[in-house]
Write a protein that binds this ligand. Sequence first.
Ligand code: SAH
Length: 205
Amino acid sequence: MRLKHIKNADIIINASPYILTNPQDYKGKWNSLFGNDNPIEIEIGTGKGKFIISLAISNPNINYIGIEKYDTPLVGAVKRLENINIPNLKLICFDASNINDIFDHEVDKIYLNFSDPWPKKRHAKRRLTSPNFLEKYDSLFKDKNKIQMKTDNDSLYEYSMEMFTSRGYEVIKTDTNYLDEHTTEYEDKFISIGKNINYIYVEKK
Ligand code: SAH
């Protein structure tokens, strides 16, 4: 995400009740943090949070955790959340490369929205749908693996389809002209310039 660094972004976000600064402490016990046994869904690369906030408001019986590597975009999310009380939402500033440090067989679904495409082959490992990441995701899920992805990037879409199927995922739904009720910041921008949105929903037992 090309964003200017916001001064004191870490201080601003850490003052928000939505931000958890010690996510490792909840590994294996996220349900106790939320105080219920509702399903837990996570978004990796939440950015400014529009999508996950919208989902959390619409589905109070699902717990949502937004994970974002950088503090600057999260400033946008915590500002959006000022004076709103959404008990089923938490945000974490964390690099998903270490996602196995924070979840253990307790996630119901992963959302990947407009992830960085890393077009150069030598950077393929950084793509959030690379075999490297798909392997990490396996031990996050409580039951079935469920991953939903949206991207403007046609190459990332094709690459991800290939990676999901080669790792045993079943493609439940795919669409290269997807319109969603819950949009992200990037999605809104792409829709406004007429770019089609690619969608994938996959599952694995
Ligand atoms: N989902 C948002 C932002 C998309 S940009 C939207 O659709 O508007 C991709 C985001 O993923 C960026 O904010 C980037 O910082 C984040 N990201 C990239 N790699 C990540 C990682 N390894 N862990 C967590 N977040 C990551």
